[in-house]
Write a protein that binds this ligand. Structure first.
Ligand code: ADP
Length: 208
């Protein structure tokens, strides 16, 4: 059983998935995978360097992600080109990691789970939901930067309402970290029961 975990920037995905990991659950992190597929020496990085030129490369041969992000943020055609290159590679790497994982269930953590079609890889979608004021406050205290920048990122992501509409399960992260951990603990119990049900039957259906 694969559980997709998603939420907007600063919603608490990392905090939540860390707690799942403490229960021994494997977490495949789509963000991490998306960085691995453009490591120095990969064909993807060579293709990006050939397409965008030296401006997106750092002196040490790694990708200058901030510059690349800036370019595609302002140019939809370039964004499309980059996504056409990277999305299949990221998806393949995620599928491999999910297939290799063990345990009652596995988590795929992805900020763009619903936007990128990665939700096709999961059985359930757990949304970490947070009121926007808290989301802004926590992101600013974690990353610094300006309120305008964070608001622009929030605006580019799926709205809270549309994300919630596609959730199977929701954790509202509007309390302290101890409260979040308790909510994750309960969700973990629930997923273990579901996984046991799935393992014990021959057909599909029945779960909720
Ligand atoms: P995401 O991975 O979704 O971007 P994080 O898990 O990094 O979000 O959370 C954003 C910031 O808010 C982090 O600094 C995290 O420690 C903090 N945070 C998350 N949940 C809570 C909470 N319930 N109470 C206080 N701080 C929190």
């Amino acid at each position: 059983m694969i559980i997709g975990v998603t939420g907007g920037i600063g919603s608490g995905k990392s905090a939540a998935t860390q707690r799942f990991q403490e229960h021994g659950i494997t977490v495949v992190d789509a963000d991490l995978v998306s960085r691995q597929v453009v490591q120095p020496g990969t064909r993807a990085l060579a293709a990006i360097a050939a397409h965008f030129g030296e401006q997106v490369m750092r002196d040490d041969g790694s990708l200058d992600r901030a510059t690349l992000r800036e370019i595609v943020f302002h140019d939809p055609a370039e964004k499309h080109w980059l996504e056409a290159l990277l999305h299949p590679l990221i998806r393949d790497a995620i599928v491999t990691a999910l297939q290799d994982s063990k345990g009652p269930y596995t988590i795929l953590s992805s900020p763009l789970l619903l936007e990128s079609g990665q939700d096709q890889l999961v059985d359930r979608v757990l949304v970490i939901d947070v009121p926007e004021a808290l989301q802004l406050e926590r992101t600013l205290s974690r990353d610094g930067g300006s309120e305008d920048t964070v608001r622009a990122i929030m605006d580019a992501q799926l709205s809270r309402q549309r994300r919630l509409a596609r959730a199977t399960d929701v954790i509202v992260n509007d309390g302290d970290l101890a409260q979040l951990n308790r909510a994750v603990d309960q969700q973990h119990e629930h997923y273990q029961r579901l996984a046991a049900l799935r393992g014990g039957r021959t057909g599909r259906g029945q779960e909720s």
